[in-house]
Design a protein around this ligand. Sequence first.
Ligand SMILES: [Zn+2]
Length: 150
Amino acid sequence: MNLSPHFTLAEMLLSQDATRAGIANIPPPEVVTNLIRLATLLEGVRLVLGGHPISISSGYRCKKLNTLIGGSRTSQHMQGLAADFICPAFGTPRQICEQLLDMDFRFDQLIFEGAWVHISLSDIDAPLRNQMQTAVFKPGHKTQYLRGLL
Ligand SMILES: [Zn+2]
């Protein structure tokens, strides 16, 4: 099933962690509706990045999968409102964040995660917060999220 011209439902559900753990990661209908909105957002990202292919490493996560991988308890991935991605043909994750900020691209949260970019939408009735954050990983500590692109 295509969610938009360049994004499929299958790529938003695919997770090696889920497969390995035998988790089905099947979204309820309201999540599919959100994933269609998310794919539309990603079409915009794709355009801003010169039309290069975007590779999704994590889209929807059912609660079980989110717990398994240590995701935040309020992760927008669980509502189908967030995606982690890279776009190597455009540039590094940092360059992707810089470009989205330079172009005044609208999002709920944009997180520079080092090796990938996390982008999210808000619930349909909530305003977009346009929050830019940088994830800081320290071994043995919880991931910290600091304001801005650091
Ligand atoms: Zn994410």
